[in-house]
Design a protein around this ligand. Sequence first.
Ligand code: ADP
Ligand code: MG
Length: 398
Amino acid sequence: MNIHEYQAKELLRKYGVAVPRGSVAFTPEEAENAARELGGPIWVVKSQIHAGGRGAGRFTDDPDGDGGVRLCKTLDDVKENARKMLGHTLVTKQTGAVGKEVKRLYIEEGCDIKRELYLGMLIDRATSRVTIMASTEGGMEIEEVAEATPEKILKVAIDPVEGFMPYHGRKLAFGLGLEGKQVSSAVKFMATMYKAFMDLDASIVEINPLVVTGEGDIIALDAKMNFDDNALFRHKDVAGMRDEDEEDAKELEAARHELNYISLDGEIGCMVNGAGLAMATMDIIKLYGSEPANFLDVGGGATKERVTVAFKIILSDPNVKGILVNIFGGIMRCDVIAEGVVAAAREVSLSVPLVVRLEGTNVELGKKIMAESGLPIISGDDLADAAEKVVKAVKEAA
Ligand code: ADP
Ligand code: MG
């Protein structure tokens, strides 16, 4: 789960991580009041959306105007810019062309920036450790730095038993060219950030930029946090920060029905039982020259109700040009699944080709039910046959 910058800063602040003062605002009036409370003389008005690159982004109704992060010098300026951002759509490198509507702002005190650095922590699958990454190339996307100048990314893997030690921090601080009191300030910053990361079951914390101020302090100007969904039950405060406006409507609907669904960019909607089979189905769609529109594991009980909801979610995606159902009837019998698929297909009045591959108990009976349904269901004999058929059907329909 993702949260907004202001929420991440609120959490980090509780752990003693250095962040500027600021507060959230939902209206231009709240923005002005927040700025007055902060005191000035300089404020930064920051669009809160679940995407980075806001500073360099542009609003759809003002393509030549300023981005989603604006420096303001008067209270009127704060209010005016808040008005120009709230309710308007911001497009950044990470939002895609449609952009995201800004519904919240963060009003923050202006910071005297001497250097912009990068600091990130993440669960590194290669080392099974939390890895801390640091770079002198602050403000840039770390993926771009990794591509162009990988030598500029410093990495330290933390042994989970030992935990974060001051020497880890000093190694990174010296690597970043910090000196004098900046070093101890950076070490303290990293130690508190690591504590927050571990305590809150985060999967990513990214501070970009991490700033060295004119005073020589180290402070987080931006903060992104990502959490392990499976651990949210033990962090009610974090779970409460969920902003459904920022999430994929189809994924939310799927979660309500306990379907494991992830939206993707392709054109073949997939409905599968079991995560491993779902992965294999996506692979084979690609092998036959198309792209999956989603990952969907309907779980063990592929009942009529679940299959119907799943069909509806898949069909609500305008990119879907064909559907591949690939279900193994082990605990569930194939005839029961076939009845579910037929009933669901009738209910949603299918508008795209549907290929169904069933395997397992009572498979012949299942195929017979589909064949006799009168619906244009294409039957696949095995995984390869079904994938080939759906890709072909989509090409022919185009
Ligand atoms: P994004 O990464 O989405 O563009 P950031 O929070 O990183 O958003 O802000 C973009 C840039 O705006 C930063 O690199 C920094 O230069 C500037 N900035 C952000 N917050 C402040 C602040 N409180 N004071 C001064 N400058 C800021
Ligand atoms: Mg940033």
